[in-house]
Write a protein that binds this ligand. Structure first.
Ligand SMILES: Cc1ncc(COP(=O)(O)O)c(C=O)c1O
Length: 483
């Protein structure tokens, strides 16, 4: 029997035993060696089978102890779509957001605020080696300036190559290499809007997107967003009937904060609607490679036949946030975006461009992604479990399908903004929900970063948070201070 069939057969049999309760919740599976011996399989085949079960959430590996049957996900209620205000409004979150992010950086703070991965999950040593090699082999890179040909052909080639699996390929001519995803989003907004314009966003929306709107003097129109399937195309259709929407900005794959992935049919309808109405769509696909499903979800861009979608991404979540390298496939807006890029920062560092090209060319990137997906998924699930154990009854959580943030809705009456100072005093940071909405909705919600392995320290931080929310924290309501 082919190797592939052998591990699938074993995985199927073990899954059956778990489903029927023969292997009970929390029970330890036979050791790798024993399974290999008794089933006359190689250890690597058994490992593959167990990894598959792990990816399906059926078993978990515990360091030095082996594999255990995972208990079913917590039975917390599902989130429901909320109704945001129907009018576009100015955004004013930046000051509060900066205070939250700065506070989360204080020494000893549990890292549940900024959406950052743990250092040990990043391939830092490999990047060091690549930087040294590129500088040695291409000494001229630091001795030239590029104003016209700003993008390294080797990197463009790799980006096009990777896009084949997204329903692509992207056209090399529509790409602009940027200093980050944030820069890509900002260039796109500047290319298609002017101050005072309205931009449609998800509700809740990633706070940095809201901050960009604020900085550029743009208004935000919150569009109702289904916690499982993303932005409502019907609501956008209604809201854009009279014109007046200059752009739509969203994260279709692994929204931040909901973690949802928009189904293909909805992506197709969204691409068609925005093209028909002449609304440029700015898509942030930073979590597209960090999905929990078998196959990489396609971006909305894959359904765009009009050059109307600008797909932005970066390698901050998969390689290192310090690389500061991303890109935009800007479709028909490419030349406007490239012009803004020249004016705002010139070419992206050519050494970093080549380092990234070499990383993408090797098999290391795919390996890195496989490992990250497994870790992120496991960490998100561990956080859901911890919230179920420690947060007040009536708490709901999102069911992320990509990325590594978890959106939590506390029972009515809890106020994550009011409890924020108390949490800081307990050395736990998070991002209060109201910062994901220009109208300040979601005060009973918060976002937790799951970028770190779920250690006993993280578990304890969640426990402390749960106590604070349960107590309703009178101390800080007296102080009257929102973050
Ligand atoms: C959806 C989303 N877009 C963009 C970014 C920022 O990416 P970059 O570091 O490349 O600017 C983040 C980081 O949290 C994010 O969650």
């Amino acid at each position: 029997m082919a190797e592939e069939l052998r591990y699938e057969k074993l995985a199927g049999e073990l899954a059956g035993l778990i489903a029927s309760g023969v292997l009970a919740c929390g029970e330890r599976l036979p050791s790798l060696r024993r399974l290999a011996q008794e089933r006359r399989l190689s250890v690597s085949t058994v490992v593959q089978a167990l990894r598959q079960l792990e990816d399906r959430g059926l078993v978990e590996a515990r360091p030095q102890s082996g594999y255990f049957v995972r208990r079913p996900p917590p039975r917390l209620a599902e989130l429901e779509t909320r109704a945001p205000p129907e009018a576009a409004i100015s955004v004013d979150i930046s000051q509060r957001l900066m205070r939250v992010l700065q506070a989360s950086n204080r020494p000893g703070m549990a890292p549940l605020a900024a959406a950052l991965p743990a250092n040990e999950l990043l391939p830092v040593t490999a990047l060091h080696r690549l930087y040294a090699g590129v500088v040695r082999r291409h000494p001229q890179l630091l001795a030239t300036a590029a104003y016209l040909q700003m993008d390294e052909p080797a990197l463009l080639r790799q980006l096009v190559r990777r896009s084949l699996v997204w329903g692509g390929p992207l056209a090399s001519e529509e790409l602009v290499i940027t200093n980050s995803c944030t820069e890509a989003l900002s260039l796109c907004l500047r290319a298609v809007t002017k101050p005072g314009d309205t931009v449609a966003v998800e509700s809740p929306a990633y706070y940095l997107m809201l901050q960009l709107l604020e900085m550029l003097g743009l208004k935000a129109l919150e569009i109702p967003t289904d916690p499982r399937t993303g932005l409502s195309v019907e609501a956008l259709e209604l809201a854009s009937r009279g014109g007046g929407i200059a752009a739509c900005l969203l994260v279709a794959n692994g929204s931040n904060p909901l973690g949802c992935v928009m189904p293909d049919d909805k992506k197709r309808r969204l691409a068609a609607l925005t093209a028909a109405r002449g609304i440029p769509l700015i898509e942030d696909d930073i979590y597209g490679d960090l999905h929990f499903s078998e196959q990489r979800p396609w971006p909305v861009k894959a359904f765009d036949t009009a050059g109307n979608v600008m797909l932005c991404s970066s390698f901050s979540k998969s390689l290192s946030p310090s690389l500061r390298i991303g890109f935009v496939a800007a479709g028909r807006f490419r030349s406007a975006v490239a012009l803004h890029k020249t004016m705002s920062s010139g070419a992206t560092n050519p050494v970093t461009q080549l380092v990234l090209a070499e990383f993408l060319e090797s098999s290391a990137y795919e390996r890195q992604l496989r490992q990250l997906r497994r870790n992120y998924r496991r960490q998100v699930e561990a956080m859901q479990d911890a919230v179920a154990r420690h947060f007040p009854a009536g708490t709901r959580v999102a069911q992320p399908q990509a990325g590594y943030v978890l959106w939590v809705e506390l029972p009515e009456g809890c106020d994550a903004s009011r409890s924020y100072e108390a949490a800081l005093a307990e050395k736990v940071a998070y991002v209060p929900g109201e910062l994901f909405s220009p109208s300040g909705m979601y005060r009973n919600c918060l976002r937790l970063n799951c970028g770190n392995p779920h250690t006993p320290q993280i578990e304890d931080a969640v426990l402390r948070l749960g106590r604070i929310f349960a107590a309703g924290n009178a101390r800080h309501s007296r102080a009257g201070g929102n973050p």
